[in-house]
Design a protein around this ligand. Sequence first.
Ligand SMILES: [Zn+2]
Length: 402
Amino acid sequence: MTDNLPFTIDWVVDIDLPGVKKYKAARGTNIDCPFCKEDGDKKGKEKLNYNDSNGKWRCARCNNAGNSVILHSKLTGLGYNEALADLMKRWNGLPSDVKIKLSSREKGGPEYVPPHTFLLNTAYTSLLDQLTLSDKHRKDLRVRGLSDEDIKAFGYKTYPKVGMSTFARNAIVKTGVAQAMLRYEENEHFSSDQHCQIPGFFDFGNDVRMVRRQSSFFVPVRNIDGTIDRFQLRHDIKPTASYEDKKKYTSWSSGEKETGCSVTGTSNIHWVGFPESEDYRSDEYRTPEQVELTEGALKGDIAHTLSDRHWAFICLLGVSNYGQLSQALEYLKKHGTKRINICFDMDYLVNSNVQSSLDKVKRMITDAGLSWEWIKWDPKYKGVDDWLLARKKFIEAKKSGE
Ligand SMILES: [Zn+2]
């Protein structure tokens, strides 16, 4: 959500409007607006103002506005993500102001940290494109209330059993992510004993591989703009290896490998159901007045779908995993949300972990200046998705009985 762009608007102006005359303004720079300019019309002159100190531009006449990526998008006709990718390719370097929390590793060895969201998304999207979904997993997802179109759109894919180096090479080397990571490492904020790596993958000699896991499927954890920052794995049986903490859902990481990388520093909130926009950072972008809060990316996807896509969800990855929640709540508050509806599993009645998380989350919501409501339902349905599915079936049965 933060604008971590490495380039300035001025740099983009030079690419898209070479030779354009720049006029010094009280704040920033003025140029002739390329959107509302009419030949010989003096009113159209010098109306587009941009300011590299806040990264924004606006034309006072035609009201076109945004950040540097939107300027490039509007002038080239590329979509937002394509425009960003194009600019990153032209930029001879990578973000210098990305805040990365370093994970602790054993002394002496190199530290591997994840790169910018843009590179994570590129590698992870490419990986999903190469994988398929097994019939068993498709059937399981249908039972939970998703159609084949939903399943395809959310991007769930079965964990492969073979091809660990091919998938990794295609996702990391062929996409150009490996080269970009090298440039990224050369960047100032990496010390000589740190290396850039993508969680789930690891260096293997001169090659790259993805880690092996027991049978499971990938659940993409998405940012508000749909980009993928990490994966949750939904295990068919609870994993036995100690590093996976024996949970049904785990974040996909290669932290146990000497040349692998933990997920520390990547997003741990999943967003689903928010209005599409060219620019989620702009002050004009509006989030829904009410937003649902639950736990688990897959649960959020399913519940959003079963609410007839009316409810937007932010999903914690684990009930007590709320390290980035305050930041998310602040963002929602700033963009128009007034209330958070807490949809935690109904096992709070027996689960003391859920109950203490609930108290903590309520406080965080209040501290962010938002109101909250605790949504409860018949406890025979554990999750908000189970409850919505039962409700949907009830309504359908009633309809067909009429
Ligand atoms: Zn204009």
